[in-house]
Write a protein that binds this ligand. Structure first.
Ligand SMILES: O=P(O)(O)OC[C@H]1O[C@@H](O)[C@H](O)[C@@H](O)[C@@H]1O
Length: 269
């Protein structure tokens, strides 16, 4: 269990909750819609542990980082308490420093607008005297009716690193349909739409300041082995993550800043 607060930031246009650990948006659903963000049926809110659902913030590295050996996986931002600077209906803002994360000097801010659209804005400023190089991802877990029936549109022709194929590079052949464990880091800045015939809707992701799009579904074996997911949970989720990872890492000179935005909206089929 965690003693850190979960804030209800529901407003007239949507319901939403956010957790101070990791500035982690846990839920978001526009009025009249089924939940858009997915949470594992075995989700655990524990101090210092990642949360299987919602929108984890991966920062200042992605996965094990570019050297392949950094811990914790996806960086300390998702497991560290952030300082909430605004909590009001439909809106939350957060801040954290490099000192709080145990890394070099920096300041990160996060702005969440949970209205009829979800608007996430993540800004990093290099407050130190050295260059700052980092990776980042807004690791959104999206709810789908059946992962085997969805089409993830917008990535055709993009190159990607396939983490299920020893990190080899490939080019996406046609629109993406999921048929097995999928863990791809695309070099793609454009919009992506998850077409979901089972729930009868499309989830449209648009990004700025983001050269990478990650698509992840663990499928059956990995899902069963994760410990906080269970053997069946993979069927109703897909992660479509926006950020800058691997070869798209960001380098900031002292005083410079970079902003990543991730917008999500629900559209009819
Ligand atoms: O289990 P974690 O640390 O939350 O990570 C989940 C997945 O996150 C994805 O972003 C990565 O590409 C995967 O490799 C990883 O397995």
């Amino acid at each position: 269990m965690t003693t850190l607060p979960v804030h209800d930031i529901s407003g007239p246009e949507a319901t939403a909750t956010i957790h101070d650990q990791g500035a982690h948006l846990l839920t978001w659903a526009p009025q009249g819609q089924a939940p858009v963000l997915w949470a594992s049926p075995q989700v655990r809110l524990e101090e210092g542990k990642g949360i299987r659902g919602g929108v984890p913030i991966c920062f200042p590295w992605f996965g094990p980082g570019r050297t392949g050996d950094r811990t914790p996986t996806h960086g300390p931002a998702r497991t560290t308490p952030w300082r909430s600077t605004t909590i009001e209906p439909g809106h939350a803002t957060y801040a954290i420093t490099g000192a709080e994360l145990g890394v070099q000097d920096l300041e990160a801010t996060y702005d969440v607008r949970a209205g009829a659209r979800l608007e996430l804005t993540f800004t990093v400023r290099n407050t130190g005297a050295q260059e700052l190089t980092y990776e980042e991802a807004l690791h959104a877990y999206l709810t789908v009716g059946d992962a085997r029936e969805i089409t993830v549109e917008g990535l055709a022709g993009a190159t990607y690193v396939d983490k299920t194929d020893q990190g080899r590079s490939h080019r996406q052949d046609g629109e993406l349909r999921l048929t097995r464990e999928t863990d791809r880091v695309f070099r793609s800045a454009g919009p992506v739409t998850v077409v979901d015939p089972v729930l009868g809707r499309r989830l449209r992701v648009t990004k700025t300041g983001s050269a990478s799009t990650v698509v992840w579904n663990p499928w059956d074996e990995l899902s069963a082995s994760l410990g906080d997911m269970g053997p069946e949970a993979w069927r109703t989720m897909v992660c479509v993550e926006g950020g800058n990872a691997m070869a798209d890492e960001i380098t900031l000179a002292p005083g410079d800043s970079h902003t990543l935005t991730y917008h999500l909206e629900v559209l009819p089929l």
